[in-house]
Every structure is written in structure tokens, then in C-alpha cells.
Write a protein that binds this ligand. Structure first.
Ligand code: ZN
Length: 228
């Protein structure tokens, strides 16, 4: 587990899920891969929280490395599960997951994706709308950042000068620059989502598959948006 800032922790290996600790309990953003929930449970224990302190689970998008742990965590808690209307059918098992745009260019990745264990379907309790302000264990503003999946969402956490929880809408290269990322393609929707994030003011950014940007993060998004 890695502490990002006060009350915000990231857990996982190769993918990140997030623990937001606050007065009202704990919010999880994403839940990692199936059968890897120990990362989350150990993270909660390390900050002195029990699993039933998890009151809300917010999902960036319906891919197995983000919703894989949802079934287990939901079975151990009364947490309210929230995601976008577009991605909810895949979370609930009513529709196939939409593969990331990179699959169009590299079809062999589809075979690799099939090697992941499947996520068990979980009912979604609340559908999120762009612009929603969620007063949870941290205050989150909901952004629609479609392209990676039809209903991908990012969340701006009002803490420590602002932390953008980007999900897989973008990534970071070895130079620390914001980029579309390996699993995205240069589609108009992906680029519009990066521009939509760049409109906001925030100090830090965290990603599904990249290390955090710990300062000047909205500037890094503005540079990326200007270069698209
Ligand atoms: Zn994804």
C-alpha cells in the first residue's frame, strides 16, 4: 500500500484501487482484480479500519481489473455501489464488458484478456451523473471521461489541493508526462476526456496503471491536452 496524501491510499500491483479514509468511514474507488482482495483488506487493516467501515464503493469503469474485487467486498459490507449508467450493465453481469480501444489495434490482446478470471456480477445501487457532488468519506466531483469504456468516470477528490482520480482515462509515461496510455487509442472521445480533465484545477493525480503525480498535476494535463 502507498499513501498518496492524507487519507488517500493506493493498493494493488500493476493496477491501483484507492482507499479514501474520512470521518464518515471509508470509500473505495475501484476494487482490483478478482482473488486479489487481500491487497484491499490488508490496506484497510494497516490504517486501522475494518472491512465493514467501507460505506461506499465508487467504480471508474467496468473492466475486470477495476471491478474484480467488488463481489467479495460487497459480500463483507453494506457498502453502496456506484457507477455510471453506461457501465452498470457490465458490472451487473447484464452485458459483456466493452474492451479497451487498444483491442482494435492489437486483437491478440483479446486472447490475453480472456486469461483473467471473470468478475462476479454485483448489483449497482446508485447510477452516477456527470457533475454529481458526492459527500462521502471525501467529497468527490463526478466527471464523465468516456472513451476507455462508454461510461468511464473520473473523480475529483476535494483534499490536499485537489486529487484527480483519473482511472484509465489517461496514463503517465516514463518522463512523468500525461499520455493517452497503452490501453487507449487516439480517438476523439479519449482526447475529449483528457481535455475535460484539464479544465479542472488540482494538485495531484492518481491513475489505474501509473504512479501518482504528486504536484502540478493539472498543469501536466493542460500540457497533454495542448499536444493532442
Ligand atoms: Zn480499463
Amino acid at each position: 500500500m502507498e499513501k498518496v496524501t492524507n487519507g488517500l491510499y493506493q493498493v494493488g500491483k500493476g493496477y491501483q484501487a484507492f482507499i479514501i479514509d474520512g470521518d464518515e468511514g471509508v470509500t473505495l474507488v475501484d476494487t482490483g482484480l478478482p482473488k486479489k482482495t487481500d491487497h484491499i483488506l490488508d490496506g484497510l487493516a494497516a490504517i486501522g479500519r475494518k472491512v465493514d467501515d467501507v460505506k461506499h464503493i465508487v467504480i471508474t469503469h467496468a473492466h475486470v481489473d477495476h471491478i474484480g474485487g467488488l463481489g467479495v467486498i460487497r459480500s463483507l459490507t453494506d457498502a453502496e455501489v456506484m457507477c455510471s449508467q453506461e457501465d452498470a450493465p457490465a458490472v451487473q453481469g447484464d452485458a459483456e464488458m466493452t474492451p479497451p480501444p487498444v483491442m482494435v489495434r492489437f486483437p491478440f490482446l483479446k486472447i490475453m484478456l480472456k486469461m483473467f478470471p471473470e468478475a462476479s456480477p454485483v448489483p449497482v445501487d446508485r447510477l452516477l451523473t456527470p457533475g454529481d457532488e458526492l459527500a462521502l468519506s471525501g467529497d468527490l466531483t463526478v466527471l464523465a471521461t468516456p472513451g476507455h469504456t462508454p461510461g468511464h468516470m473520473s473523480f475529483l477528490l476535494d483534499r490536499s489541493g485537489g486529487v484527480m482520480i483519473v482511472g484509465d482515462a489517461a496514463s503517465v509515461n516514463k518522463k512523468g508526462e500525461v499520455v493517452r496510455g497503452l490501453f487507449n487509442a487516439p480517438t476523439p472521445q479519449i482526447d475529449a476526456s483528457i481535455r475535460a480533465i484539464a479544465v479542472y484545477d488540482f494538485d495531484m493525480a492518481v491513475f489505474g496503471h501509473a504512479p501518482p503525480i504528486r504536484s502540478g498535476a493539472s498543469g501536466a494535463f493542460a500540457s497533454a491536452a495542448a499536444d493532442l
